[in-house]
Design a protein around this ligand. Structure first.
Ligand SMILES: [Zn+2]
Length: 265
């Protein structure tokens, strides 16, 4: 072997060793490397989840895929408590596809997937959910999480989601509550939904609704609004059926119910 060739191999080997050493160091000194937590959205373990939120919640966000508590709970619910993965063809509408769940939904061969949003560039179609440009009874499944609290006429949006759902179809319609992820500065008089169209400044919305782009704070009557739109609603306390080790390992919130909304067959 020529001296030049030997030198090239040795340079390659030095570079390779350096790269392996760097990767190992990154793994050892990464504060998230570990086994204590498990994200069912990306199927990776970590020592802990990242804090997340305006008043950061500990152990909230997966360091690998950015999934939050609600995404991990939704995916667990879809896989364990619904017919989502039964391999029968389903037409699905995903509103505001800003989460790790998009990849999971799209990768199911039996799911005819459509994502929609008014503004998000990743959405497949532009859609105003108070005026959905699809005919009645089109979708088998709708997933709409943390959207309705941003919509001025949420009752109209709920009626539209109901209209485009097929009879026998189901929707998961999640919103934040003070007992889950909303941090409300203003003391809450009662636990019913609060909205006031005169509250329009960022400062006031933050104080009353917990976020500058929210237009209301939902309360215990949330499911009544969904029922008014026609849905048969189950506020499923699924998370409280899980054992404490699963709840802790997946970093779930025990106060988060799943709102499973069906359309009569
Ligand atoms: Zn993850």
């Amino acid at each position: 072997m020529s001296r030049m060739k030997t030198s090239k191999i040795s340079q390659w080997w030095i570079a390779r060793r350096r790269s392996i050493r760097h990767r190992l160091q990154r793994l050892i000194f990464n504060k998230f490397t570990g086994l204590g937590r498990y994200c069912n959205c990306c199927q990776k373990t970590s020592r802990k989840f990242k804090p997340f939120g305006p008043l950061p919640r500990e152990n909230a966000q997966c360091p690998n895929c950015d999934a939050l508590e609600r995404h991990r709970l939704s995916w667990l619910y879809l896989t364990q408590k619904t017919d989502f993965l039964d391999n029968r063809p389903k037409k699905m509408l995903h509103i505001a596809p800003m989460t790790q769940l998009t990849r999971l939904f799209q990768s199911q061969p039996h799911i005819d997937y459509l994502s929609a949003d008014l503004e998000h560039p990743n959405a497949m179609v532009k859609m105003d959910i108070t005026k959905i440009e699809y005919s009645d009874n089109v979708f088998d499944v709708i997933y709409c999480s943390h959207v309705l609290e941003h919509v001025d006429d949420d009752r109209k949006a709920m009626r539209e989601l109901y209209r485009v759902l097929k009879p026998g179809g189901w929707a998961i319609l999640q919103v934040p509550f003070p007992e889950t992820t909303l941090h409300i500065e203003e003391p809450i008089e009662d636990e019913l939904t609060f909205e006031d169209p005169t509250i329009i400044s960022d400062e006031e919305r933050l104080r009353h609704y917990g976020q500058v782009d929210h237009v209301r704070r939902y309360g215990s009557d949330y499911q009544d609004r969904l029922k008014d739109a026609g849905f048969i609603v189950k506020a499923d306390e699924f998370v409280r059926e899980l054992n404490s080790r699963t709840v802790q390992r997946l970093g779930l919130m025990l106060t988060e119910d799943i709102y499973l909304c069906r359309k009569q067959n």
